[in-house]
Unconditional design. Structure first.
Length: 199
């Protein structure tokens, strides 16, 4: 499949002040939301002052692919307390002080995509469904993937969270009966897929 540009789609689906005030961070990280809810984070990622208004303290960028924040009020995700989060494109994760990500990946029943002494990635696709962009009429595929990984720039940390994406169907592949005119509700499909963690 050919990935579409996620940011314009996010801005099209959300990003209003009302959406920002209703951000459910634990639900987003645990993949209990959809692309439309994730869209509320687009203006936050673009403007540090909006992050501060939510109680997120922007951190120095330790990885070129991630924007990191420290939360003024810790949240509970995957049954653990977290105060350090990061965003990278369509991905939002919590960072835990867990040197080995494998036990958490096993707990969440993820499929291992890569396992080496210094690098680990595991994931599972929780949502894969056909949708229609209400504004353009374009057929898209909404995907929501839960993942656990580690990253060289953050030794001793485990990254766990969710990737939200809208992709165009593969060449010659017509989408089947779209579920809705825009991605609003999670689908029931659940199938293994490689993880898409922050690099």
């Amino acid at each position: 499949m050919r990935p579409t540009s996620l940011l314009p789609l996010l801005l099209a689906f959300g990003g209003t002040a009302q959406a920002q005030s209703s951000i459910d961070l634990p639900a987003l990280i645990e993949c209990r939301q959809s692309v439309s809810e994730f869209a509320a984070l687009a203006p936050v990622a673009a403007d540090p002052l909006k992050a501060v208004a939510l109680g997120w303290r922007p951190l120095p960028q330790g990885n070129l692919f991630m924007n990191e924040y420290m939360l003024n009020t810790p949240i509970t995700v995957f049954g653990r307390s977290a105060e350090h989060i990061a965003m990278a494109g369509g991905t939002i994760v919590a960072l835990f002080d867990l040197p080995d990500p494998r036990p958490l990946a096993k707990e969440l029943e993820l499929e291992v995509g890569y396992d080496a002494p210094e690098k680990f990635m595991a994931g599972r696709e929780l949502v894969s469904r056909d949708v229609i962009d209400a504004k353009s009429g374009e057929a898209l595929i909404e995907s929501v993937i839960l993942s656990v990984s580690n990253v060289k720039s953050h030794p001793g940390k485990t990254l766990a969270g969710c990737t939200y994406s809208l992709d165009q169907p593969a060449e010659g592949e017509a989408p089947t009966s779209p579920a809705a005119p825009s991605p609003e509700a999670p689908a029931e499909a659940a199938k293994p897929a490689p993880a898409k963690p922050a690099r």
